[in-house]
Write a protein that binds this ligand. Sequence first.
Ligand code: DC
Length: 220
Amino acid sequence: MAEPLIVTIDGPAGVGKSTMAKRLARELGIPYLDTGAMFRAVAWKLGEGSWEWDEARLEAALGAFTFALSGTGEDSVLSLNGTPIGNEIRTEQVGMWASNVATLPVVRAFLKQAQRDVGARFSLVAEGRDMGTVIFPAAPRKFFLDASVEERARRRFLQLRELGKPADEAELREQIARRDDQDRNRAVAPLRPADDARLVDTTRLTPEQVFEILLHGVRP
Ligand code: DC
């Protein structure tokens, strides 16, 4: 069997990574892996304050989690312990909890293994914060998407409204800026582009234009 093809998409909150990863995965006929959803699901299951637990307690709790990925493109389904991860994790509050647990080496080590296990079996479009730098450093195609915090807050606002979860845009901007700051400045696997990643500033680009850049990057 041929080596799995891994395409990585990293970038800050609300930049459109998931939308692009889904579309690209559909175009390539492979699954996409939303690693932010893994951090969110762990944070959601462990609950508020779990980032203060000691390592032994965290390790014991993490040992009960098994992730699985099935389907391709938009129909990729990520499950935790046999249950598909739902929209309950898609709030900015759970995003912040995810960012909190994501500072912990024990959580990152656990999810690194889970993410690599998936990547060892499937070709993938993998999106997150450290896909190109830490999880799949040998991936042949790497992208780093960025956009101004104002634009990202606007996009997240529209996305949440679509999910029936209206939010305050100014508050979102503040929350996203705080989360980015924590994700960029943590000691382990901070958010940053891999040296060999293609940087795409999407602030003034339409989703169509961003998609064309990614697709052209994968299939020149
Ligand atoms: O992409 P997202 O908003 O769903 O991610 C939620 C949080 O999870 C993000 O603020 C930091 C953490 N995360 C991470 O540390 N590494 C990843 N590869 C993906 C997400």
